[in-house]
Structures are given as structure tokens and as C-alpha cells.
Design a protein around this ligand. Structure first.
Ligand SMILES: [Zn+2]
Length: 176
């Protein structure tokens, strides 16, 4: 298929459930001009349910994406396990809820949409699932970079003075 499997034909959709699985790699993110994601190995399992006018999509995304570590800049693999649950609605005169009561995100389409591209949803959910700080586990950072960093910020000063060190301040918060 030319469309990478994520283009859902809205008119030709069979009643009932349609399931599919696809692998998503680095090239998927390159298409979105995302240079932050260095590599990816994700499995996307999609279940589309059509029942009368209702179209629901459950899209489970799991695997890893590799991004630069916020501390040492070496690549770090971040686990991804997220689920997009959507309900597709055609614009005609409905309210502007963003959720349908069962936790599904409502996606509004205009009547003349003949297909729905799930790629954007997958992309958004993966990006949103990433933690705000992407770090190697403690001690896993590039030692050369750490040496350099420790010279820049005095990481552990004997007096236990945490001023100016966000990591130590955070540790204090979590420790209490
Ligand atoms: Zn690191």
C-alpha cells in the first residue's frame, strides 16, 4: 500500500470491526520533519469499529523511540506505550464536545472527507507520551559529557547547598 497503511477509507469501511497491525520506524517521523526522534521501533495495532454511523478507532502504540538524552545528548531509547481512542464524527450540526462520554476523543470531519489519515494521530500521541525530560537511567549517561557537565554545574558540593541545582532540589522534594 502506498499510504503506509494509516489512511482509512471512510466510505468503503465495512460494518463491524477491522483490525490491522503496522510497524513504525524512523522514516515515519522523518515525514513529519521531526529531527528529534533519531530512531523508532513501534508496533501500532489498530481496531476500527463501524456500527451504523458510528466509527470508533482504537489505536495502541508500543515500542521505543530514540531521542537525544537531555543531560549528555547521547541517544537514549524511551519506552512508548500509549493508546489513542477516537470517535469520528461528521460535522453536521453537532455540539463541540471533545470527548464522547466514554473517554473517546472526538474527531470532527467534514462531510466530504473520504478518508482519514491516522498518521497525524499516531505522531501526536507518540510525541505527547514522551516524558518532558528524556534521560538515561542514573549512571547511564556518557561519562565524558558528564565530566564536562560536572565542571559546569557544581553537582555535589560538600556543604549540601542545593542552590542552583535543579536535580538536587527535585531530589529534596521527592525525598520528603
Ligand atoms: Zn544521558
Amino acid at each position: 500500500m502506498e499510504n503506509n497503511g494509516f489512511l482509512i477509507p471512510l466510505n468503503g469501511l465495512a460494518q463491524g470491526k477491522t483490525r490491522s497491525r503496522s510497524r513504525v520506524g524512523k522514516e515515519f517521523f522523518e515525514k513529519f520533519d521531526n529531527t528529534e526522534i533519531l530512531d523508532a521501533g513501534l508496533l501500532v495495532s489498530t481496531e476500527i469499529e463501524k456500527s451504523g454511523q458510528y466509527i470508533g478507532i482504537d489505536c495502541h502504540i508500543s515500542g521505543t523511540v530514540t531521542v537525544p538524552c537531555d543531560r549528555c545528548l547521547d541517544p537514549v531509547a524511551i519506552p512508548v506505550d500509549t493508546c489513542a481512542r477516537l470517535s469520528l464524527k461528521f460535522a453536521a450540526g453537532e455540539g463541540d464536545d471533545t470527548e464522547d462520554g466514554s473517554g473517546r476523543e472526538i474527531v470532527r470531519l467534514s462531510e466530504d472527507n473520504t478518508e482519514f489519515d491516522l498518521s497525524q494521530v499516531i505522531y501526536d500521541y507518540v510525541c505527547l507520551s514522551l516524558p518532558p525530560r528524556r534521560l538515561h537511567p542514573e549512571g547511564g549517561c556518557n561519562p565524558e559529557a558528564m565530566k564536562y557537565l560536572e565542571h559546569g554545574i557544581s553537582v555535589r558540593n560538600a556543604g549540601g547547598d542545593n542552590d542552583g541545582n535543579p536535580f538536587m532540589a527535585l531530589k529534596d522534594l521527592l525525598g520528603n
